[in-house]
Design a protein around this ligand. Structure first.
Ligand code: SF4
Length: 346
C-alpha cells in the first residue's frame, strides 16, 4: 500500500533538522535543504546539487514539494498582470501584480474563495473551499517577484493581502507566510512593505496587536454607519462597528501604527455628507489614511461607483479634519484584476 508523502514545506527548519538526525544524518543537512526549499524555491529534490544522490532519493521517497503553477497569466493594457494560480489539489486562486512608476505591488490571496459575504465582491460568490498553506501564499509572491524582474526589471517592492479571502480567517498560515517572506532565509523583504487588509475581524485585530506584528494594517470599511455597512457587508451584524472600533483602538495603543481604511463610495449607498461625517468620526481617534478606491462593477452587480461630486465631498470632509486621503484609480479592469473582481473567471 502506498503511504501518502508529506509536504516537506509544512516542516519548520527545526523539524527538518530533527528529521535528518532521525535518519542518522547531520542536523546541518536540514539547513541546506531548507535553503533550497525557500530561498532558492527548488521545485524538485533532484536539483539540490549540494545534497548527495542517496539523500535526494530518500527525500523523494518521503516527501513532495507542492509548488503552485501559474496556469494562466493575463496582462492588462496598463501593465497590470493577473495570475491564475493552480494549487496541488487543482483548485485555483488569483494574484495580481500592480506596477506604478516607482513600485511593484503584489496583491495575493489567502483563501480559496471566501467565507464572508460582501455583496459587492466577486470572490464572495465562490464559497470558501479551503485556507491556503503558508507555502502557497509564499509561492504567489515569488511568482510575482519573478514577473516583476522579467517585465519591469526590478524586484517586487510591496505586498498587500487583498486578493481572494479574508486573511485574518487564515491567520496562522498568513503569519507563517509573512515570516518566510520577511526572513533572510526567504525573500528578506521588510515587513513595513507588507499590508494585511481585513474586512474587520475584531478579535483577530487584537491578536495581531498582542503578537506585535510589524506589517501594516488596512481595514475595508466602506461605511461607518452600522445599518449601511450591514447591508453591504452582512457579517457586520456579527462584528458591529463599535467592536471594530474598540479593536482598532487596542491596535493603535499597542503598535502606534497608522491605520489605513479602504473605502469605496457607491452611488445611492454611502455618497452623502452624513456618510462622510460618520467616517471622520470613526477614524479620527488615531492617525489614519483613507484610500478611496474606484469601484469596478462585477458582471451582475448592482453597485455603481459614485460620481466625482461625491468623491470630492469625501475628500474635502476628510482633509478638513486632517485625515490623509488618496484616490486610488482602478488597475487591470480589462482583465478583471481590480479590487473585488477576483473570481476565477478565465
Ligand atoms: S471583499 Fe474580501 S472579505 Fe469580503 S467577500 Fe470579498 S474577499 Fe471576502
Amino acid at each position: 500500500m502506498e503511504t501518502k508523502k508529506k509536504d516537506i514545506r509544512a516542516l519548520t527548519k527545526e523539524q527538518l533538522r530533527e528529521f535528518f538526525v532521525s535518519q542518522g544524518d547531520k542536523a546541518f543537512r536540514g539547513n541546506q535543504v531548507y535553503e533550497w526549499l525557500w530561498q532558492k524555491s527548488a521545485h524538485s529534490f533532484e536539483g539540490m546539487t549540494n545534497i548527495s544522490k542517496t539523500t535526494r532519493e530518500m527525500l523523494e521517497n518521503n516527501f513532495v514539494i507542492n509548488h503552485i503553477k501559474v496556469d494562466q497569466m493575463q496582462r492588462s493594457n496598463d501593465g497590470t498582470i493577473k495570475n491564475a494560480v493552480r494549487l496541488h489539489d487543482d483548485l485555483v486562486v488569483e494574484s495580481v501584480l500592480i506596477p506604478t512608476e516607482t513600485r511593484t505591488t503584489a496583491c495575493v490571496s489567502s483563501q480559496v474563495g471566501c467565507s464572508l459575504d460582501c455583496r459587492f465582491c466577486a470572490t464572495a460568490r465562490l464559497k470558501r473551499m479551503r485556507n491556503l498553506n503558508p507555502d502557497e501564499i509564499y509561492d504567489q509572491v515569488v511568482a510575482i517577484d519573478n514577473e516583476s524582474r522579467l517585465y519591469f526589471d526590478r524586484p517586487l517592492s510591496n505586498i498587500v493581502f487583498m486578493g481572494m479571502g479574508e486573511p485574518l480567517m487564515n491567520y496562522n498560515n498568513v503569519l507563517k507566510a509573512i515570516d518566510m517572506i520577511t526572513s533572510s532565509e526567504g525573500l528578506g523583504m521588510s515587513p513595513r512593505r507588507i499590508t494585511v487588509s481585513t474586512s474587520g475581524v475584531p478579535k483577530m485585530i487584537k491578536k495581531m496587536a498582542d503578537d506585535e506584528v510589524k506589517f501594516k494594517l488596512a481595514v475595508s470599511l466602506h461605511s461607518a454607519i452600522d445599518a449601511t455597512r450591514t447591508s453591504i457587508m452582512p457579517f457586520n451584524a456579527t462584528f458591529p462597528l463599535s467592536d471594530l472600533r474598540k479593536a482598532l483602538e487596542y491596535w493603535y495603543d499597542k503598535t502606534k501604527s497608522r491605520i489605513t481604511y479602504e473605502y469605496v463610495v457607491w452611488k445611492g449607498i454611502n455618497d452623502t455628507q452624513k456618510d462622510a461625517d460618520a467616517l471622520v468620526d470613526f477614524c479620527r481617534f488615531a492617525p489614519s489614511k483613507v484610500n478611496l478606491i474606484e469601484y469596478n462593477p462585477i458582471a451582475d452587480g448592482e453597485f455603481q461607483q459614485a460620481n466625482d461630486k461625491a468623491l470630492n465631498l469625501y475628500i474635502n470632509t476628510l482633509e478638513r479634519h486632517g485625515i490623509t486621503v488618496t484616490v486610488r484609480r482602478s488597475r487591470g479592469k480589462d482583465i478583471d484584476a481590480a479590487c473585488g473582481q477576483l473570481a476565477n473567471k478565465q
